[in-house]
Design a protein around this ligand. Sequence first.
Ligand code: ADP
Ligand code: MG
Length: 238
Amino acid sequence: MSCVRLEGIAKRFGSTQVIRGVDLDIQSGEFVVFVGASGSGKSTLLRMIAGLEQPSEGRVFIGDSDVTDAPPSERGVSMVFQSYALYPHMTVRENIAFGLKLKKTGKAAIEEAVTRVATMLEIEALLDRKPGQLSGGQRQRVAIARAIVREPQVFLFDEPLSNLDAALRTRTRIEIKELHRKLAATMIYVTHDQVEAMSLADRMVILNGGRIEQVGPPSVLYHQPATKYVAAFLGSPT
Ligand code: ADP
Ligand code: MG
């Protein structure tokens, strides 16, 4: 079943065209990674799925609905950012609960849900701290917990590991992949790191100058690159 569908998406900022004619169909439960050089349009494409940017042309569908004109909160998506985007004045508990309060969930149900995701991510001991009292890795776990608690249809990640050191990056990457299996959710993940992309993706979408160069499973792209750009980007054998 199709979960996220992009039809003829274009995006201009003023007179600069940053996304050009993107069509893409993402299946329910798929782990799709947008990869490409800095400035290739990965974040802009993800933000249009989230509803944080409006396409200049084209339509965005999630499930059966055309959500092109729907606000972010009504799309059934949760986004995790590179910068975590936690509220500094709130505790970890309040940060995680925040998304549920917007959905007008009852107090007991909120408490139960927060405890459940905190246990899943092993951050129970941190619930009463403020973000300023956490390490970068702990902050990113809180940001992931806050995304999960809303039980979205679709998770959107924008370079979630870029601020972590190498060891923690590998560990968190494995945890995100495990989470994908456990939740059976659709995940769309942006990175400029081809190794990260190849280890996470069911399918990779290679972006170059706002266009899709090629879409497919990592091994297919690596062994059968459609363009010179893809071959060079992935370091395919020549
Ligand atoms: P990536 O995430 O692949 O690094 P982005 O989607 O952030 O790329 O950006 C793609 C292009 O769009 C870049 O040239 C960037 O400068 C431009 N861009 C992104 N956001 C804006 C904006 N709000 N206003 C003007 N230009 C933007
Ligand atoms: Mg980006």
